[in-house]
Ligand binder design. Structure first.
Ligand code: LLP
Length: 416
């Protein structure tokens, strides 16, 4: 569901014409819809109404500070994975008591910064990390609230690169190791174990793997109670999928109901870390066709966006719906590869796609680009990154200006 719609065959972001935005901000251009972000947050958060919970939006999905502020105004907390994300969330004015810090490789300075900020808790992924946090908290004469991330060994049935809860994955601790680490955590003077954490993967399209993980967590929670630990939080991570193409993931309400049902006998505050389901369909990437070219084997649309702007198709073979910004009747369909200017054959946004015949200079919208779009962008091939614009009804905010050539060099000043 989103608020990018055609009016008289012209694509609009809420009340604003995409053509108009392109005239002002050029292409490639990320456009986000505030109304869609709000709607998605509300749909997700309200699915857990009636039980103690905190929705901590996963910053990595879309970390633009305007997006963080908007979600924070709706009551969202934040799930962060780096000192950089902590910096962003604090700059966005997020209450540190609504910040959870996940991630398998936290640096010493990052741990220190999070302790100084007094975040709600660290989701700890190894014994060494636990010991490091204890040492640093000791040096700072404080106590760190933690959860241990358990790896329940559940198959999330998603792309292997974004499956995280299988035994072979680098994430979390298996149940046995986790139990040992909780025992240690209970003894460490500067560690306060207050939660259990788990995140099994991303772009899940059914509730079953979540429920399977919850069953294991519930048994595990029983062991922690026997150990005498006072666990207050259960962090179930993120992972609820969205529709890019034909997928039919459960609606957040269905997901919420299943999770609530599974947890009904537990007196724990639930933490959720949704990213994609909030931001994914709230953004599009607009690109202009630079050239069309037909070879003996293929038709190409060579566009001005590339894998550096939207990496998902190249990295995961992901599908993103693509449609012309201006629809014209009576156009024949053509099978094309939509490719960028980068010097790699892996630089494509779509392959073998049926699109209405598209001419040079026409604009295309790449949908579902609001999550893991801009955040995974780079300057590869020395391509300045595109602008990000947030539309709220008819209000336009330049959420990040387009980079200029100077931005490519500004950290290399010593060399020129
Ligand atoms: N919590 C943790 C600990 C995570 O690692 C992630 C995502 C999330 C929450 C949010 O998951 P979501 O609700 O967005 O599924 N770049 C990939 C996705 C990587 C996800 C990494 N972790 C993509 O473009 O599909």
């Amino acid at each position: 569901m989103h608020y990018f719609e055609y009016r008289n065959d012209e694509l609009y972001a809420e009340e604003v014409s995409v053509n108009e935005l392109v005239r002002e901000f050029d292409t490639p251009l990320y456009i986000y819809s505030a109304k869609t972000l709000r709607r998605h947050f509300r749909a997700f958060d309200s699915a857990f109404e009636g039980i103690d919970h905190l929705t901590c939006y996963s910053v990595k999905a879309n970390s633009n500070i305007c997006v963080l502020k908007l979600l924070s105004e709706m009551g969202s907390g934040m799930d962060i994975v780096s000192g950089g994300e902590l910096f962003r969330t604090l700059k966005a004015g997020i209450d540190p008591q609504k910040i959870v810090y996940s991630g398998v490789g936290k640096r010493e300075n990052e741990i220190r910064e999070a302790l100084i900020s007094n975040i709600l808790m660290f989701n700890v992924e190894s014994r060494q990390e636990l010991e490091k946090i204890d040492r640093i908290a000791g040096e700072m004469d404080t106590q760190a609230r933690i959860s241990l991330r358990i790896n329940p060994d559940v198959d999330p049935k998603t792309h292997p690169y974004i499956a995280t809860g299988l035994q072979k994955s680098k994430f979390g601790l298996d149940l046995e190791q986790a139990l040992e680490s909780y025992r240690l955590a209970g003894d460490l003077p500067h560690i306060l174990p207050i939660g259990i954490d788990c995140h099994i993967g991303s772009q899940l399209t059914s509730v079953e793997p979540f429920l399977e993980a919850l069953e294991r967590i519930k048994i595990f929670h029983g062991h922690l109670q026997e150990m005498g630990l006072e666990i207050k939080y259960l962090d179930l991570g993120g992972g609820l999928g969205i529709t890019y193409d034909q997928e039919a993931p459960p609606h957040p309400a269905e997901f919420g109901q299943a999770v609530r049902e599974s947890l009904k006998d537990l007196d724990l505050t639930l933490i959720l870390e949704p990213g994609r389901v909030i931001a994914g369909n709230a953004g599009i990437l607009v690109t202009r066709v630079l050239y069309t070219k037909s070879t003996p084997s293929k038709n190409f649309l060579i566009v001005d966006a590339a894998m550096n702007d939207l990496l998902r198709p190249s990295l995961y073979g992901s599908y993103h719906h693509i449609a012309p910004v201006e629809q014209k009747n009576g156009k024949t369909l053509q099978t094309v590869d939509v490719v960028g200017p980068i010097c790699e054959s892996g630089d494509f946004l779509a392959q073998g796609r049926e699109l209405p015949e598209t001419a040079q200079d026409e604009l295309l919208a790449i949908f579902s680009a609001g999550a893991y779009g801009f955040t995974m962008s780079s300057q590869y091939n020395s391509r300045p990154r595109p602008a990000e614009v947030l539309v709220d009804k008819d209000e336009i905010t330049l959420a990040r200006r387009k980079e200029i050539y100077f931005d490519l060099l500004q950290l290399e000043e010593q060399c020129y």
